[in-house]
Design a protein around this ligand. Structure first.
Ligand SMILES: [Zn+2]
Length: 421
């Protein structure tokens, strides 16, 4: 019944590649339509309509940049209601602290250095830089998170980063020994404008690092729920090198990270400095070549695997409902919204989603309109199943919620495939 690849697929997308401008004519996956995944509802907006935008991802057969089809502008998506505060995940804070410590040693950073972070969020990372007495500056376009970072005593410029802001910083002589752009590149709509600003704010010998979920893992582990409107690009090292060179940046090292189900951390310098390539760059490029990442066949068949995972998840929920068992969710993260809206899940199948972030409690998930509650509700109602929506922090959640074993509760993850544990 493998009908996915043979089904009619529209081949006129009327969109050009965000990097190279080529016409896009290869579909990677179509997830139907969904509201912006961070557009949480309140008890008053619950009575209004929601904007549902098509959610389809295309691949450029010229530069192989995989990208979300253009429907909504960044302005419409990143409103001040954007409620993602990085500091609410302990795993994430630990990751940031380890990163800072490693980079301080590697680049010999001290009071004479400067660290600039793009998308500084609530200061989850720069707080560790400031604590070491190293001057730092954050760029963060979202008011609520920028305010929270300022509350930690950090200097934040509340703007989108690009050539204009980079030029202003360079004129003020505010250049970075370390420029941190972790988990922002995939969220940038104008990737050339963003990247071409970076060499302008790097000191001589300065290093920029980028972390992003890795396309090869997305396909291998069926991580289709990491696709959402705010996430414009899905990146491989092959494509990154090409886009960086175009924007006067040279990749010289790469590391694989477990974050977000498998990310890459790429190290880059100004192109004229271009240090020798590490072996890991060549290894990963070779791996991508053998996976066939530069061939259309690599992208074919993904739709079918995505539909299969969605169907299995729905089958579990329907069976649980029929046998009168309660299913709760944990973690009101963006990726959960992609899964729930694509599968058409509503409150009759998952009663509520618990989340540790008090800013989200009392709100409702976009699209599915499932209420977000505090973890107390799980302790009180003792559901038979807890679906962990952010599967990337599954180990942390099963540890913290181990008490559900007291009533024989079980954890459920839907990706890469259904697992009850
Ligand atoms: Zn392209």
């Amino acid at each position: 019944m493998g009908v996915g690849p043979t089904r009619d697929v529209e081949t006129e997308f009327h969109m050009k590649c965000r990097h190279c401008g080529a016409d896009l004519n290869l579909q990677f996956v179509d997830l139907g339509s969904a509201p912006p995944s961070n557009a949480y509802l309140t008890s008053s907006t619950l009575h209004a309509s929601e904007a549902w935008l098509p959610l389809r991802v295309l691949a450029c057969t010229h530069c192989w940049l995989v990208q979300t089809e253009d429907y909504a502008g960044a302005e419409q998506i990143f409103t001040d209601d954007y409620a993602y505060f990085s500091s609410y995940s302990k795993t994430w804070l630990d990751h940031a602290e380890t990163y800072v410590s490693t980079m301080v040693d590697r680049l010999h950073l001290g009071p004479q250095s400067r660290v600039i972070e793009l998308a500084a969020n609530d200061g989850y990372l720069l707080q560790f830089v400031a604590a070491r007495g190293i001057p730092c500056l954050g760029i963060e376009p979202t008011a609520s998170t920028a305010d929270s970072a300022r509350g930690k005593g950090l200097e934040i410029i509340q703007e989108f980063f690009g050539v204009d802001l980079a030029g202003a910083l360079a004129r003020q002589g505010r250049k970075a020994n370390l420029l941190v752009a972790n988990n922002v590149l995939a969220h940038v709509p104008y990737i050339n404008d963003f990247l071409s600003g970076i060499p302008m704010v790097l000191c001589d010998g300065g290093v920029a690092t980028f972390e992003f979920p890795y396309l090869l893992n997305l396909v291998k582990y069926n991580q289709f729920d990491t696709i959402y409107h705010e996430h414009f690009s899905y990146l491989s090292l092959t494509t990154i090198r090409r886009i960086f060179e175009y924007n006067s940046l040279a990749v010289f090292d790469v590391e694989e990270l477990p974050t977000h189900g498998g990310s890459l951390r790429v190290f880059a310098s100004k192109i004229e400095e271009s240090p020798p390539l590490s072996n890991s760059v060549q290894d990963i490029l070779n791996r991508e070549r053998s996976a066939g990442l530069n061939k259309p066949e690599f992208y074919a068949g993904f739709q079918w695997r995505v539909e299969k995972a969605k169907d299995e998840f729905l089958r579990f929920l329907l069976q649980a409902k029929e046998s009168g068992k309660q299913v709760a969710g944990y973690g009101a993260a963006a990726k959960g919204n992609t899964l729930l809206n694509y599968a058409g899940v509503r409150r009759d199948l998952i009663s509520y989603v618990a989340d540790r972030n008090p800013a989200k409690q009392g709100k409702y998930l976009p699209g599915s309109r499932i209420p977000i509650v505090s973890e107390e509700r799980i302790r009180h109602e003792r559901p038979e199943y807890v679906v962990i929506l952010p599967w990337n922090i599954s180990a942390e959640v099963t540890h913290d919620l181990d008490y559900i074993r007291n009533w024989d509760g079980k954890f459920v993850t839907a990706i890469p495939e259904m697992r009850i544990h």
